[in-house]
Write a protein of this length. Structure first.
Length: 209
């Protein structure tokens, strides 16, 4: 019974995915790939019901749930029967008390054997929501963690890339292999100022001399 209901809900969500683009509420940015298609359909459905923020929060719950080893070993295992996966998903979503929109997304992923890209769909939806709020995602990689003074100075410098109404959503990462300097990715811009890259360029010049 539960599996049949899940299948019906999945088909309903699938119908919204394949409707003409003119009927979809387009997200502020386009994310390519299969995960982008699912995220776009979800953004459209949630936008029409004024539940974008609610769905974003619910996807955070789903992300945490599917990372639980007890659950991931079932729903992410290609050797587990589809009916078992669907029942597992039905049970965890019922306990999580999420909206029908979020339930429909996960159900259609399960029905289509796409549960393995759930994390990618959630990430894609997150990017759309950041753009919806006027946030510009900026990723900064350094060899060592930045102290508060350097972090504040960096934020001021990055604001120069923003347009009116936009805000920075800064993500910092550390990678000792770059040796020093930093790698900055903001919007469609990418700047590699790492010591590693400078050494590689210098080495290339010396070899070609």
């Amino acid at each position: 019974m539960a599996a049949r209901m899940l299948g019906q809900q999945a088909r309903q969500f699938s119908t919204s995915v394949i409707r003409p683009a003119a009927k979809l509420v387009k997200p502020p940015i386009q994310v390519y790939g299969l995960e982008g298609r699912y995220a776009t359909a979800l953004f459209s459905a949630a936008s029409k019901q004024s539940k974008l923020d609610q769905v974003e929060q619910e996807l955070g719950k789903v992300s945490t749930l599917i990372k639980d080893p007890k659950i991931s070993t079932i729903v992410m295992n290609p050797h587990v029967k589809q009916s078992i996966k669907q029942k597992t998903i039905h049970d965890i979503l019922s306990k999580a008390k999420v909206s029908p929109i979020t339930i429909n997304l996960i159900n259609v992923l399960a029905d289509n054997g796409r549960l393995t890209i759930t994390g990618d769909v959630i990430t894609a939806f997150g990017k759309m929501m950041s753009a919806h709020r006027g946030e510009v995602i900026c990723s900064v990689t350094t060899a060592q963690p930045l102290d508060q003074a350097n972090l504040s100075e960096l934020k001021v410098a990055l604001k120069g890339f923003l347009q009116k109404g936009e805000t920075i959503k800064l993500e910092t990462k550390t990678d000792s292999s770059i040796l020093g300097g930093m790698i900055v990715s903001i919007g469609d811009k990418y700047v590699d100022m790492s010591t590693k890259t400078k050494i590689q360029k210098l080495t290339k010049v010396i070899r070609e001399a």
